[in-house]
Design a protein around this ligand. Structure first.
Ligand code: NAP
Ligand code: MG
Length: 518
């Protein structure tokens, strides 16, 4: 086993060097030539087919099929539960160092093949090159971080001792869990959720998001390649509503780790609370959900930096991030100036097929996403003033212009509901106090940013801006593993703090052991 050095984040490729550009172009060509393949489910170490399939398409060219995965049902789910429980018997006693080593090997392979994985993400989800590589780098970071965390937790801690006894506290894994990630960080979140549970000594069934099934299938191949014992990692693609829900309800499911929308999260929360005959535990649920995040700007701020931060936070990956800054709350005295600076920047954004390096803004993920976004744009036209954008591009692909509404009422639907697309609501506040109140006025509490040079306001926001991830004088997206543990308050979920030192504890339970000294 390797020597373990201190954790470090993997640097994201900025594609400024011609060498990196050439490698990415080559990867895009290679991946494109592999379009249309059929992938399999992985159950108990065997690759299997199901009766039906799911086709995954390229949102820039929806007629092109990126690949197919089996549409698994209850039969495959039952087989995966059997395999995972069987594997758990051995895996739970495998040394943490050994478990961690599998994660480090996966990290090495992903790093080695980063451009290829970037290319799959570009095609399957419409990420631009840098967003795709940031996703890949985050996945690698999660593996390297959680591997180290598993070793740290395996040491337990020494409780207070009393005479005549030896007392210990150990952390042990909890069992077989279902991992249900979203499609928007198709590798980072999937790998993070899966690897944390595995590193802690659990066996998992991964039910990927259908929209990013192929990135998931490719990642599953890597999990298999490192030689994890059969059944520790099972890959069961299929419909969330069908096989996902079946697994959530199942009495043999010990825990559910979910990241996705509020509605699905709430449904999983109530379904998993029900006790079924033969179920020997309360299911543990980790639910990370949506956001309606705000960038606040006061009159002391560097307004150019603020405008830049607003635009990147709102429109990075087409606004399809739970951390997206979909509200900009600006104090009255600088409102018009910031609006103008935002407009200038938004109108320069290059939109198009992200397999071309020059396009920064790509398509939204699917036809239903396009419908949802355009319906919110229609609502926005009634609730605010359209500053720029608002149209669907008249060409192949799910392209929507980056859209900004101004003079939006803080209680308007476009200021309260998660749109998950390239739509920004700009809101005028009377002063800093009012801006902070507005920022805290949604049911969510995931990320937020304040642009200000006023120290007392920064200190006040630290106490009162009620979000899981708070940033000053920078964008509200792009949390780094180990550096900014990630998770939100209120309807944003259970605040699991992915990429932080509390995260693995969610997949462990503490055992207190006491022995009388004789
Ligand atoms: P989603 O529609 O809720 O789907 C998430 C996952 O749940 C998918 O794998 C989906 O499978 C599955 N699913 C759907 N219905 C289910 C059911 N009834 N039972 C069990 N599983 C079910 O979310 P999404 O569209 O993929 O992702 C976008 C959402 O995720 C946004 O709301 C975003 O804010 C949130 N998000 C949150 C975080 C965070 O850390 N807080 C991070 C990223 C994204 P199918 O794909 O097959 O439907
Ligand atoms: Mg969905």
């Amino acid at each position: 086993m390797r020597e373990i050095k201190e954790f470090e984040n993997l640097k994201v490729v900025d594609f400024k060097s011609p060498n990196d550009v050439a490698k990415m172009e080559e990867a895009l060509r290679k991946v494109k030539s592999e379009f249309g393949k059929h992938y399999k489910a992985l159950i108990g170490g065997k690759w299997i087919d199901a009766e039906k399939e799911i086709a995954s398409t390229d949102p820039s060219h929806p007629s092109e099929i990126v690949g197919y995965v089996p549409n698994c049902g209850s039969k495959e789910a039952d087989a995966a539960l059997d395999a995972a429980w069987k594997a758990f018997d051995g895996w739970k006693f495998t040394k943490a160092e050994e478990r961690a080593d599998y994660l480090f090997k996966i990290a090495d392979i992903l790093t080695e093949r980063r451009f290829e994985f970037d290319a799959w993400m570009v095609y399957e989800t419409g990420k631009n090159w840098i967003e795709a590589d940031a996703d890949l780098a985050e996945a690698v970071d999660m593996l390297n971080f959680y591997g180290r965390e598993a070793i740290r937790y395996s040491k337990g801690y020494e409780p207070h001792q009393i005479p005549g006894e030896k007392n210990e506290v150990k952390y042990i894994p909890i069992g077989v869990g279902i991992v249900i990630p979203p499609w928007n960080f198709p590798i980072a979140i999937l790998v993070g959720m899966t690897s944390a549970a595995i590193a802690a000594g659990n066996a998992v069934i991964l039910k990927p998001a259908s929209i990013s099934s192929i990135v998931a299938a490719k990642t599953a191949e890597v999990f298999n390649e490192v030689g994890l014992p059969a059944g520790v990692f099972n890959f069961v693609p299929g419909s969330g509503e069908k096989v996902g829900e079946y697994l959530v309800k199942h009495p043999r499911t010990r825990f559910i780790s979910f990241t996705g929308s509020k509605d699905v999260g709430l449904r999983i929360n109530s379904l998993s609370a029900e006790h079924h005959p033969g179920q020997k535990w309360l299911k543990r649920v980790v639910l990370e959900m949506g956001g309606k995040d705000a960038v606040v700007v006061d009159e002391t701020a560097d307004l150019d930096a603020a405008a830049e931060g607003i635009v990147v936070s709102a429109f990075g990956f087409q606004g399809q991030k739970c951390s997206a800054g979909s509200r900009a709350i600006i104090v009255e005295s600088v409102y018009d100036e910031v609006v103008k600076k935002v407009k200038d920047r938004v109108e320069k954004i290059k939109i198009g097929d992200t397999s071309k390096q020059e396009n920064w803004l790509g398509p939204v993920s699917s036809e239903s996403a396009l419908k949802k976004v355009t319906s919110y744009i229609e609502i926005g036209k009634k609730e605010g003033k359209l500053l720029t954008g608002g149209k669907v591009l008249n060409r192949e692909g799910y392209f929507v212009e980056p859209t900004v509404f101004i003079d939006v009422d803080p209680d308007a639907r476009i200021a309260q509901e998660e749109i998950f697309g390239p739509v920004l609501s700009m809101i005028k506040a009377k002063d800093f106090e009012d801006a902070l109140r507005i920022a805290n006025s949604t049911e969510y509490g995931l990320t937020g940013a304040l642009y200000s040079k006023d120290r007392s306001r920064i200190e006040r926001a630290k106490k009162e801006f009620h979000v899981g991830n708070l940033y000053f004088n920078r964008k509200c997206t792009g949390a780094l593993v180990g550096v900014q543990p990630f998770g939100g308050f209120n309807m944003s979920g259970t605040d699991s703090k992915a990429g932080g030192r509390d995260y693995l504890l969610l997949f462990l339970q503490a055992k207190s052991i006491s022995e009388k000294i004789v």
